[in-house]
Design a protein around this ligand. Structure first.
Ligand SMILES: CC(C)(COP(=O)(O)OP(=O)(O)OC[C@H]1O[C@@H](n2cnc3c(N)ncnc32)[C@H](O)[C@@H]1OP(=O)(O)O)[C@@H](O)C(=O)NCCC(=O)NCCS
Length: 364
């Protein structure tokens, strides 16, 4: 029987920090509101594209696995924010890291993209079709947001995380998952015209029409992830107390707390880093996984539970049994290109553009 062991892990968060106080310089909001309603204190804004973030996370994961990129059979890039739609962003990652022998595709399940990717990569290995797979979650949701609307624009940040999967005969890696999608609710979280639905000519230059119904998303997130977790636990015959660590999607601290409470998991068994990065979409789970490993919170043979939800509305949960190694074989010395830009400087054209678009819409 084949399994897909996680042998490498890496993250990349860009350096520019956007604090709640920064947001309050142009939005009618406050650190107090954002912290108490979401748990977020700050997030990162990238000066480079999605593929660059994904590539650096991948380089770090390859180093941790002690693997050369040319050994990879497959690269799966979970993203809803490709730098280009044609060709896919994964091909830029392949080119950048030198994964010359790999098949490559992007997988868009929004914030659930990494969990979906882990499931697909694991299935490819367990079927015998592939031996070494790179799974990345990387997103730049802040690029799409409407900075004239205060509820949605405080939630997201940029980042990337990656893992290496390798065929193994030892029972480890992703052992059970449940994935789903509530397509009937696809309109409650959408950048409606960020695709071929967009009027090619005559729209408001650079503006994306964002629809976001926070309370409904919140309810459905708890329901979707809760259902997925229940099914995964049923499949494996485990209960909350059998889980050593939960590594959940970081969208709202209140959502994480609700799930943890249902599973009767104490705070020390739940990874939370939302205060530093906000919701980095497909990158939250692999970034949280990397930080848990760096902090020594994962031991050989531990049982991990992850769950995520996102636009679609996609949702899923997975049970992972960690392998023998919890330290990296090597580290990469690669870095992002240096930048002195502050987050507000990077965002200035977006903020001005959104404010102008809101004024133009109001004047109609
Ligand atoms: C967005 C979210 C934080 C809003 O929290 P909430 O407790 O539901 O807040 P509400 O939407 O009820 O708004 C309460 C009040 O705060 C105001 N408000 C909204 N955003 C605000 C902000 N950034 N700053 C200050 N006030 C804000 C509202 O206008 C409202 O004011 P009113 O009562 O005068 O009308 C919450 O619904 C959420 O996290 N939803 C899930 C979204 C998510 O994670 N999406 C990503 C999917 S991967």
């Amino acid at each position: 029987m084949l399994y897909a062991n996680i042998t490498g892990w890496g993250k990349c968060v860009p350096p520019a920090i956007l604090t709640n106080e920064d947001l309050a310089t142009f939005l009618d909001t406050s650190d107090e509101w954002i912290s108490t309603r979401t748990g977020i204190k700050e997030r990162r804004i990238s000066h480079v594209g999605t593929a660059a973030l994904a590539s650096l996370a991948a380089e770090r994961a390859l180093a941790a696995a002690g693997m050369d990129a040319a050994e990879l059979d497959l690269v799966i890039l979970g993203t809803a924010c490709p730098d280009t739609l044609i060709p896919n962003a994964g091909s830029a990652v392949q080119d950048s890291i030198g994964a010359v022998n790999a098949a490559v595709f992007d997988l868009n399940a929004a914030c659930t993209g990494f969990v979906y990717g882990l499931s697909v990569g694991t299935a490819m290995i367990r079927s015998g079709a592939m031996k070494k797979v790179l799974v990345i979650g990387a997103d730049r949701i802040p690029y799409f947001l409407d900075y004239s609307i205060r509820d949605v624009s405080v939630l997201f940040g940029d980042g990337a995380g990656a893992v290496i999967l390798e065929a193994s005969e030892q029972e480890c890696g992703l052992l059970a998952e449940k994935l789903g999608c509530d397509g009937d609710a696809r309109d409650i979280l959408t950048a409606r015209d960020a695709g071929t639905a967009r009027e090619r000519f005559g729209g408001i230059d650079g503006y994306f029409d964002v629809n976001f119904e926070g309370q409904e998303i919140f309810k459905r997130a708890v329901r979707g992830m809760g259902q997925a977790i229940t099914e995964v636990l049923e499949k494996t015959g485990l209960q909350g107390e059998d889980i050593d660590l939960m590594v959940p999607h970081q969208a709202n601290l209140r959502i994480i707390d609700t799930l943890a409470k249902r599973l009767r998991m104490p705070p020390e068994k739940v990874v939370v880093n939302i205060e530093k990065y906000g919701n980095t979409s497909a990158a939250t789970v692999p970034i949280a996984l990397c930080e848990a490993l760096d902090e020594g919170r994962i031991k050989p043979g531990d049982t991990l539970l992850t769950a995520a939800f996102g636009a679609g509305l996609t949702w899923g949960a997975a049970l992972i049994k960690w392998g023998d190694r919890v330290t990296p074989i090597a580290t990469s010395d690669k870095e992002l290109p240096a930048s002195d830009l502050t987050a507000l400087q990077i965002m200035e054209p977006w903020i001005k553009g959104c404010q102008a678009a809101a004024a133009a819409k109001a004047a109609k």
